[in-house]
Every structure is written in structure tokens, then in C-alpha cells.
Write a protein that binds this ligand. Sequence first.
Ligand code: LRH
Ligand code: MN
Ligand code: MN
Length: 391
Amino acid sequence: MTVTAPSVETLASLRTFTIELPSWAFGNSGTRFKVFAQPGVPRDPYEKIADAAQVHRYTGVAPRVSLHIPWDLVDDYADLRRHAADLGVAIGAINSNVFQDDDYMLGSLCHPQAAVRRKAVEAHLRCIEIMRETGSRDLKIWLADGLNYPGQDDLRARQDRLTEGLAEIYAALDPGQRILLEYKFFEPATYAMDVPDWGTALLHVTALGEQAMVVLDTGHHAPGTNIEFIVAQLLRVGRLGAFDFNSRFYADDDLMVGAADPFQLFRIMNEIVAAGAHAPDSGVNFMLDQNHNVEPKIPGQIRSVMNIQEATAKALLVDREVLRAAQLAGDVLAANAALMDAYNTDVRPLLAQFREEQGLPADPMAAYAASDYAERIVAERVGGAQAGWGA
Ligand code: LRH
Ligand code: MN
Ligand code: MN
């Protein structure tokens, strides 16, 4: 065993580690077969932010909320920003949504018709204005663009259109603002997505410039993909801009983080910690992207946040000196054991102590459950909004 009685000081760098919550995780969601309405869900972006603030209140590590436009349209973003600040949180990434209008059936920035591409560019320019109004740094772009059939459109021409559209959007950024480009190898297009993988995303962001980075959504790869390798590679070239964390058994299931494969989450956070990328100045935005279809939403977010903290704490327990020495000596078993000893350590008591030291509840799930917030929102809110598709 290389891990012995870890001290809470091992977790010192967790004090500045933060996680960003998605507004859409708090709304009603479901599958393409059925959206289930849960009692008490938010009716507007103000209420989504209020629910996100509860997650921050009990965990202390979730001080930002991502918005999705137009799902989170409001009249006055300065007012929404103030509302967030009053509740102790800030507005995080602005996600552009260029997939829900009929015009986008054949794509957005890659669409064969210039008029649709223009509409998609304009939607992004509006998102950049909203970033200015809300104080947001990141514009997250995920495109549903792609082809269902071979020959449906020209694969190369679509990449050229994408390059052109992204360049126009990039040119509108202020200094300090960033584009985060998200890839996904499947869905909704069945034959070819236009940004299917990290290689394509990296080519585009590299062509754009220093203010463009790649987003890695953990549900967007083929089963069996070595995600921590992608993390390591993007970190090496300084282009890992953000995560969309969730977990999955088969497809883009958007389940609670760490629910399906906690060991994969540990391996990912191990690469992050090894590179020091959990530090706030690393430029990596640790976001969640989830839907809670069958579980209550606020506790679902709290659980996800805690699972990331646990995986990160375990990664912090890895004895890097022992690991490096074993690697250099070619001692395969000792090197593997250095990781496994850390992974197999129960860090929950240590994290409870860590939270208490910061004046937070030792058990955020229990503390939220003991509050009357869930009952209050059920009583106060009628007719909650839908989170995702078809909203
Ligand atoms: C696409 C995606 C992308 C969207 C979100 C709602 O599957 O991961 O991040 O913005 O889901
Ligand atoms: Mn995503
Ligand atoms: Mn997704």
C-alpha cells in the first residue's frame, strides 16, 4: 500500500476547485419518448438559477451556472446577472442553441444555404452580446449539424462553411472571451456529424486562434474510448477548455457523473491532477451537462458534484513520487498499484472533514434533504418548464 492515513491537507488544492452547473439540469427532461414533469421544477431561468444556488449552498463548490440560449431567454440579462449574484452565484458559459428551429433541419453553420448559415452566425453574435451583459467568459458551441445519408451533402464543403462561420463568430469575441467547441461522434445525425471528434474540434480551434478551445463531453465518444488519453493530449497542447461531465452506459445518457463508471472518472481526474489542471488558473472549466429524468434534480446535481470531488480527492492521494519511480523503473505492478491504492481509498470521511473545516455541511445530500426547500418549491411553483429538446 502506498496510501496511508491521508491527511486533510492532501486536499488543500480542492479549496479552489469549482464546478459549473447547467441551467437545463433543473428543468423537466426525458427521452424522445416522454418528458416527465416533476413537481416544483423551475418555470423560468430565474428559478433555475435559484435551484443551482442551492447546490452551491450545500456543497460550496458550484458557484456558476451555464445558460442555454434560447432556452434561457430573458428580457434583461443584467437583471438576471444581479439575481444570480444576490443568490451567491454567477453566470457561466453561454451555450448557443442552433438546433431547435425548423430552419436548422439540414444544419446550421454547415447548412448548404447561405441564409441559414447567416441566421446561425447571428444567433452566436447575440450569444456574445449576452456574454457581455452577464459577465460570461465562455461561448460554448455544440452543433447538431451532420448528415443522415452518404451523398446528402458534400463533407468537405461543410467543413469549409464551418471554418468560415466559426471565424466570423471568433472575430466578434472580446479579449478574454473564449469559444469552446464541443464534439460528438453520433446523434442526432446518423451517418456523419460535422464535428464528430476531438481531432476535428482541435483542427478548428487551432485555426481560430488562442481564444478557442475544445470541450470534452464525457458522453460523446464511442463505447470503450480512452477518454483520459484525450484529456492528456488536449492538456499537452493547451486546448482543453472545458468538460461537460455526465455518465453513460450506452449512448449520450447524461446520467449523474460517476454513476456509470466511477473508475473512468478517477482516471480522467488523475490526468487533470497530474497536470495541475484542477487549479483555477488552468483555463479548464469543469462543467456538468446532465438531465435528471427519473431522479430529483437538485439532489442529482449535488450527488454529481460530490462524485467529482471524490474522484479528484482520490487523484490527489496518488503518490506521484512513488508512481514516477515505479514508471521509470519499469515496475508495472508497482505503478499500477500506486493508482489503485488511491482509487480504492474511501475519501468520504476526509471530504466530510474538509467540508466542515470550511463551514460547510459534512454531508451535503443530507443537509439539503433536511431543508424545506424541496417542499417549498413544490408548493410555490406550478407548471415547470421543460429542460431540453422541444423546449
Ligand atoms: C449535446 C449536448 C450539448 C448541448 C447539450 C444540451 O448532446 O451535450 O452540450 O448543448 O447536450
Ligand atoms: Mn454537452
Ligand atoms: Mn450531450
